[in-house]
Design a protein around this ligand. Structure first.
Ligand code: COA
Length: 259
């Protein structure tokens, strides 16, 4: 459903959004939805060609910019946050969504493989929040972290992602406590399976995998990228002004049957 059917046009007019990982997948869908609702958006990811393509797509809707940076490199992320603030002013919304994942049993996963996912998802998330912190509009800023159902429910061949996402969600609560008095809100979104994403192509590579997953979702549907973008807009907007330190789950009921 298009953004203007769900949200008032101009809902995010005048706001500045910094979207880490915002050049593909769910993060790009979030960046685009915020741009169509009036936000000026700065995206960040590792590959120059993906940054250029995303910025061109975003500029159709308004002012947008981007930086090439790996979330594992704090100085690069801090440079991107500086650029964003210099160009657009104080940051109202931070989306921290850069992630890496693959299926691997713990027995087969190398220590480096485990560390790589922790480095990107958990430490990278900290880098994004710490680097943007000095530039946040306060009071009023909203930090939105892309978690996953792996944060609180065990999923086989996902020990690395389970640990990383659980760490991220714990970090969100700790930062909500520390930064709340400055009027900064932090929340996580935990999607279950999301259609048309690289993540799910990696985690459910065959029809068999996909059918098995769908059978276990009470609503019988996967999220669309726009479903998740809508949640992000809600968390970015004044409609969620009293919500901080929470995890909003969008999984069609998938985790209700998983203990
Ligand atoms: N199974 C097991 N181990 C894997 C793996 C897989 N499918 N993919 C990577 N690893 C391990 C590597 O083997 C390596 O460890 P080793 O040297 O001990 O063997 C370690 O992870 C680092 O891999 P490398 O490819 O050098 O790291 P990278 O920084 O280039 O890649 C990843 C990061 C691993 C997350 C990669 O999968 C990636 O870039 N993915 C793209 C983004 C993505 O996953 N999107 C979906 C988000 S939900």
């Amino acid at each position: 459903m298009s953004a203007d059917k769900v949200f008032a046009p101009g809902l995010l007019a005048g706001r500045v959004a910094f979207v880490a990982g915002g050049t593909s997948g769910i993060n790009l869908a979030i960046a685009l939805r915020m741009a169509t609702l009036g936000a000026r958006v700065h995206v960040l990811s590792r590959k120059a060609e993906k940054v250029a393509a995303a910025v061109a797509e975003l500029q159709v809707h308004g002012d947008a910019a981007g930086s090439v940076a790996d979330v594992r490199d704090f100085d690069a992320v801090a440079g991107a946050a500086d650029e964003c603030a210099k160009r657009f002013g104080p940051i109202d919304v931070v989306v921290s969504g850069a992630a890496g994942n693959f299926l691997a049993s713990a027995a087969d996963l190398s220590p480096k493989g485990f560390r790589t996912v922790i480095d990107i998802d958990l430490i990278g998330g900290f880098h994004v929040m710490k680097a943007t912190y000095p530039h946040l509009r306060r009071p009023g800023a909203s930090i939105i972290n892309l978690s996953a159902v792996q944060s609180y429910t065990a999923i086989a061949q996902q020990v690395h992602a389970c640990a990383a996402k659980a760490g991220l969600d714990s970090m969100i609560r700790a930062l909500a406590l520390e930064w709340g008095p400055e009027g900064i809100r932090l929340n996580s979104i935990a999607p279950g399976p999301v259609s048309d994403t690289e993540g799910m192509a990696r985690l459910a590579p065959s029809d068999g995998h996909r059918d098995e997953l769908t059978k276990n979702i009470p609503l019988g549907r996967w999220a669309s990228k726009d479903d998740i973008a809508n949640l992000a807009v809600f968390l970015a907007s004044d409609a969620s002004a009293n919500i901080s330190g929470t995890l909003l789950v969008s999984d069609g009921g998938y985790s209700t049957g998983r203990g």
